[in-house]
Design a protein around this ligand. Structure first.
Ligand code: GAR
Length: 215
């Protein structure tokens, strides 16, 4: 099958020139699994596309591959295993403590599979960014890719947005649309969505910083 039409559409149309930031932003990243979006951020910084520094990675799962990626980029990483905390607020308090100790200004949830609380949002108001594998507001929550396949929609994608208290909601910064092909499985579709995620995650961060400056 010819997959050439499966390249994605990104909105809004932005160029890296338009996304230049005057000041180096200090990022704290949270990841639960593979960490490919975390690596995309670190790589974009190394390539000079994003004027930022990842001060620290927090991961909640001892097996998370994200930790190995942090080591590769010489980025400090801290394991905060959610199983060791009595409730969500306690985990978020520990997260805030680590981020504040590293002078983090912006928080990026790059595949963070825990629901966050007001504890984190209050510490970083309008400065928590999330990436989600659907065109929000469609298919919120877990298994977004399976939900899109089940709904038999022809188009899905990914969204970078500012986080508010409701799961997978808050102002949308950037989206990329990915067509669903007739023979797609959740693996093949997730693979194509992730290619787009790796572009928009860094663009979304830059847009969030610009948005804040314009406010
Ligand atoms: C990404 O596809 C991200 O959109 C998704 O987890 C994956 C993490 O991949 N996030 C969510 O589903 C959050 N609701 P990665 O660990 O390779 O970056």
């Amino acid at each position: 099958m010819d997959h050439s039409f499966s390249s994605a559409l990104v909105s809004p149309y932005v160029t890296w020139d338009q996304l230049q930031l005057n000041k180096t932003i200090k990022l704290g990243v949270m990841a639960s699994g593979s960490g490919s979006n975390f690596e995309a951020i670190a790589q974009a910084i190394n390539e000079g596309k994003l004027n930022g520094k990842v001060e620290v990675l927090i991961y909640n799962n001892p097996q998370a591959k994200a930790k190995e990626r942090a080591d590769k980029f010489n980025i400090p990483s801290v394991l905060l295993n959610h199983r060791n905390y009595p409730h969500r607020e306690a985990l978020d308090e520990a997260i805030v403590e680590v981020f504040k100790a590293h002078q983090v200004e912006w928080v990026v949830m790059a595949g963070w599979m825990r629901i966050i609380t007001n504890v984190l949002l209050k510490a970083f108001p309008e400065k928590v960014i999330n990436i989600h594998p659907s065109l929000l507001p469609s298919f919120k929550g877990i298994n977004a890719i399976e939900k899109a396949l089940k709904a038999k929609v022809k188009m899905t994608g990914c969204t970078v947005h500012l986080v508010d208290l409701e799961v997978d909601s808050g102002p949308i910064l950037i989206q990329s649309a990915v067509p669903i092909l007739p023979d797609d499985t959740s693996e093949t579709l997730h693979h194509r969505i992730q290619i787009q995620e790796h572009h928009i995650i860094t663009q979304g961060i830059a847009l969030a910083v610009q948005r804040e400056k314009n406010n």
